[in-house]
Design a protein around this ligand. Structure first.
Ligand code: MG
Length: 259
C-alpha cells in the first residue's frame, strides 16, 4: 500500500492512499486504526506533501563502502548516526534552495525507513511490526561546510535540504533494491541496498538502543558512491525500484549574506 499526505484547494492536509492513478482519503490514524475510503482524487490533481511528520530525522553516515572510500574514509565499526532538522523537509516537486554560504552543494540519494510505533530497545523479532514502510530521501549536503565544521548539523539542515517522498510504500522489501540518482538526465549514483554495510533492520535496532523512536520518525540509511554537485536550474531524481521517484528542481537562494 502507498501512503501519502496530500492537500487540494478544498481539502486540508491529510493522509491518503494511492490506488493506481488515484488518491483516497484515510479515516483514522495510518499508524494505528484506520479505514481507506474510496479513491476519489486524481493523483495529478492533488498536491503531495512530505508523506509523514517525523519528530526527528535520523541519518546514517558512511554506510556504503564505495561512498566511504570516495570520502577518503572507511565504514565505521558501528553505524554513525546524526540528526537533520525537520524544518529541512520538503516534498517531491518542491525546489531545493542553494544557500549563499556554500559553493558545493551535493546530492545523496537514500532509502528511508519509516517507523510505525513507539519503540526502544527493540528485539529482532519485533522489527517487522516496528517498521511502517519505506520511502526515498535526498540527503542534500553543503560539502564545503561539512568539511569546515567538525559536525554536520549546519551542512545537512539548511531549509529544503531534506526532500522526502513521494509516498511511503508499506510492502517494500529492502534486501536488494536498486537506488539510482540522476542530475538532469545524467546518471550519478547506482547501487543496491545489498551493498549497505549495515542493513535497514540493523540500523533500526541500533538506533532503538539509543533513543525512543516514534511513529513517523524516519531513518535515512546512507548514500551510495557518486555524490555529485547540483547548481541552479538542475533537476534531481532519486529512484528506488519498488517505491518510485523523488524529483526536485534546484534554485539559487535569491538573497545574499552581507559580509
Ligand atoms: Mg547521507
Amino acid at each position: 500500500m502507498r501512503i501519502v499526505r496530500f492537500k487540494t484547494k478544498n481539502v486540508n492536509p491529510q493522509y491518503g492512499w494511492v490506488y493506481q492513478d488515484k488518491v483516497g482519503q484515510i479515516q483514522g490514524d495510518p499508524f494505528g486504526d484506520f479505514r481507506r475510503l474510496e479513491p476519489e482524487f486524481k493523483l495529478s490533481d492533488v498536491e503531495l506533501l512530505v508523506p509523514c511528520l517525523p519528530s526527528k530525522i535520523i541519518a546514517i553516515g558512511k554506510n556504503f563502502p564505495e561512498h566511504a572510500a570516495e570520502m577518503k574514509s572507511e565504514v565505521p565499526q558501528l553505524p554513525v548516526i546524526f540528526l537533520i532538522a525537520p524544518s529541512a523537509l520538503i516534498p517531491s516537486g518542491d525546489p531545493i534552495i542553494l544557500p549563499p554560504q556554500s559553493t558545493q552543494v551535493e546530492i545523496e540519494g537514500e532509502l528511508v525507513v519509516v517507523i510505525g510505533k513507539q519503540c526502544r530497545w527493540l528485539e529482532a523479532s519485533e522489527l517487522k511490526s516496528a517498521i511502517f514502510g519505506y520511502t526515498i530521501a535526498n540527503d542534500v549536503t553543503a560539502r564545503d561546510l561539512q568539511r569546515a565544521d567538525n559536525q554536520w548539523a549546519r551542512s545537512k539542515s539548511f531549509d529544503t535540504f531534506c526532500p522526502v517522498g513521494p509516498w511511503i510504500e508499506t510492502e517494500f522489501e529492502p534486501s536488494d533494491a536498486i537506488i539510482t540518482s540522476h542530475i538532469n538526465n545524467s546518471l550519478k549514483q547506482m547501487s543496491s541496498t545489498r551493498d549497505m554495510a549495515f542493513d535497514p533492520y540493523q540500523l533500526v535496532l541500533f538506533t532503538s538502543t539509543v533513543m525512543t523512536l516514534n511513529p513517523g520518525d524516519i531513518i535515512l540509511t546512507g548514500t551510495p558512491a557518486g555524490v555529485s554537485q547540483i547548481v541552479d536550474g538542475d533537476t534531481v531524481s532519486v529512484h528506488i525500484d519498488g517505491i518510485g521517484s523523488l524529483i526536485n528542481p534546484v534554485q539559487a537562494e535569491k538573497r545574499f549574506i552581507k559580509e
